[in-house]
Design a protein around this ligand. Structure first.
Ligand code: AHR
Length: 502
């Protein structure tokens, strides 16, 4: 395969990389919370039942914000169930995942866990089956200084200062027919607008996220964003986007090009938001919170895992426990590249999810916690991608895909911040290595500090309980830097990061 050429300049940045781009997501779903982050009987559990081995991995992953408590779960959730003495908390049926919710983890426990993880909480409000009054109560309980009934109740429950949550999602996937309380863009836009206005009366400096589409393939995509923003433009800061990718009918090449879909999705949402901006003659720009993204084998969930029995409401069942391969990690790494390439508009993102449920971290009850293949591109990117993303030109051979036509085999992004820079690269070609020349004007004095490549002769290789270290990144010894030009060989089907000191 011929060589590829990547060009960039430190004088042409796309935008500052918001640290919230490296967020994740903890939902009351399957074993994400119970038997995931929280397992009171585990040898590493703290006095509140949180696994310290999992927390060590969360910190290593470099996650910045954590969205909670759902997801689909939130649309049937009463936040009040999760506060107060644990033995008095209600046990409920969770309709989203056909499970039993014990409410042993709620707001206070999640805040305790966040403090240990060093992460910023991002709370989702139930706008599916509840309204602005319940949202106001939640904000009062969560953030307000003592002196009102609910903030005093919080203090009595152990938190005098409150939790200081800045970022709030106004519901979850309200465009989806599967969502409790699913409604039209018009109806959702109205309740989201009213809720945003009400919340800001209690606390003006919130960062509010209105629901965008659950995927670019939704039939209402585009119109949904426009109508919702027409109702909420002045009162919100972000519109959400969600995307999950998997191979369809064994079409691996299209799967490897999934980030093309993510690129188009982001650009379409930004264009729609800007059209509403123009209509309103507004000076304000709406940013994107890509608050659910990942590889997810949804077909498997729908066909094999879904719990439907009326007498079957398990506690913390094994759901959505996808085992990620090398191929998945390459796609995942390319999605991170897509998010960084749009750093001017995507100012927050949440990898869905964090533990056990379509997650980079897996756990065994009473046993080990380990890193999935997707753990590595996330951890390396979160650590190396500092400062701002640079606009990148890519000149590469193409692969032909069913879904996206001809797509460059190589995609890349360059970041620059502090005394460092980094180049992130993906080779989507399954058979051929590619030699890439990376020329970045302004980085002529850079030196290579570290290299990491994920590739394997077996594209289906994965880490499991039995073999937790089967896949790991290795140094890429082909990388060299001369006269400001970085040259590196990307193996077939691989993801690579090169850290530079400047
Ligand atoms: O992350 C799993 C689920 O995917 C979330 O609960 C929902 O918001 C989305 O459909």
């Amino acid at each position: 395969m011929p060589d590829a050429r990547i060009t960039a300049s430190t004088a042409a940045p796309v935008g500052a990389i918001d640290r919230r781009l490296f967020g994740s997501f903890v939902e009351h779903l399957g074993r994400c919370v119970y038997d995931g982050i929280h397992e009171p009987g585990h040898p590493t559990a703290d006095e509140q039942g949180f696994r310290q081995d999992v927390l060590d991995l969360v910190r290593e992953l470099g996650v910045t914000t954590v969205r909670y408590p759902g997801g689909n779960f939130v649309s049937g959730y009463r936040w009040e169930d999760g506060v107060g003495p644990k033995e008095q908390r209600p046990v409920r049926r969770d309709l989203a995942w056909h499970s039993t919710e014990t409410n042993q983890v709620g707001l206070h426990e999640f805040a305790h866990w966040n403090a240990q993880a060093g992460t910023e909480p991002m709370l989702a409000i139930n706008l599916g089956t509840r309204d602005e009054l319940a949202a106001l109560d939640l904000l009062e309980y969560t953030n307000l200084p003592v002196g009102s009934t609910l903030s005093d109740q919080r203090a009595a429950n152990g938190s005098v200062d409150g939790f200081g949550v800045r970022m709030w999602c106004l519901g979850n996937e309200m465009d989806g027919p599967w969502q409790l309380g699913h409604r039209s863009a018009e109806d959702y836009g109205k309740i989201a607008g009213r809720t945003a206005k009400a919340l800001r009366q209690l606390q003006p400096d919130l960062d509010l996220v209105v629901c965008g589409s659950s995927g670019r393939g939704m039939p209402t995509f585009g119109a949904w964003e426009r109508v919702v923003l027409e109702h909420t433009y002045d009162d919100v800061d972000f519109i959400s986007a969600h995307a999950y990718y998997e191979p369809h009918d064994g079409d691996v090449d299209s799967f490897l090009a999934s980030s093309v879909d993510m690129d188009r999705f982001i650009e379409a949402v930004a264009a729609t938001a800007d059209a509403v901006k123009a209509e309103r003659r507004s000076d304000k720009t709406i940013f994107i919170s890509f608050d659910e993204w990942n590889v997810w084998y949804q077909k498997r969930y729908n066909e094999v895992e879904k719990i439907t029995g009326q007498d079957d409401w398990p506690i913390a069942p094994r759901l959505l426990e996808d085992v990620y391969t090398v191929t998945d990690a390459v796609v995942f790494g390319s999605l991170l590249i897509s998010l960084l390439k749009h750093a001017d508009r995507v100012k927050a993102a949440s990898l869905a999810q964090l533990v056990n449920v379509i997650a980079p971290i897996m756990t065994e009850p009473g046993g080990a916690a380990w890193r999935q293949t997707t753990f590595f591109p996330f951890a390396i990117t979160a650590r190396l991608a500092q400062g701002e993303a640079l606009s990148v030109g890519v000149d590469a051979p193409v692969i032909t895909t069913k879904l996206f036509g001809d797509v460059p085999a190589v995609d890349a992004v360059v970041t620059r911040g502090g005394d460092g820079a980094a180049v992130f690269l993906v080779n989507r070609h399954r058979g051929d290595a590619v030699t890439v020349r990376v020329e970045v004007a302004g980085l002529e004095d850079a030196r290579i500090a570290e290299t990491h490549t994920i590739a394997d002769p077996d594209p289906d290789a994965a880490n499991t309980l039995q073999d937790p270290q089967r896949v790991a990144p290795s140094a890429n010894d082909t990388a060299s830097l001369e006269h400001g030009v970085l040259t590196v060989v990307l193996p077939p089907l691989s993801w690579t990061a090169v850290g530079l000191t400047v």
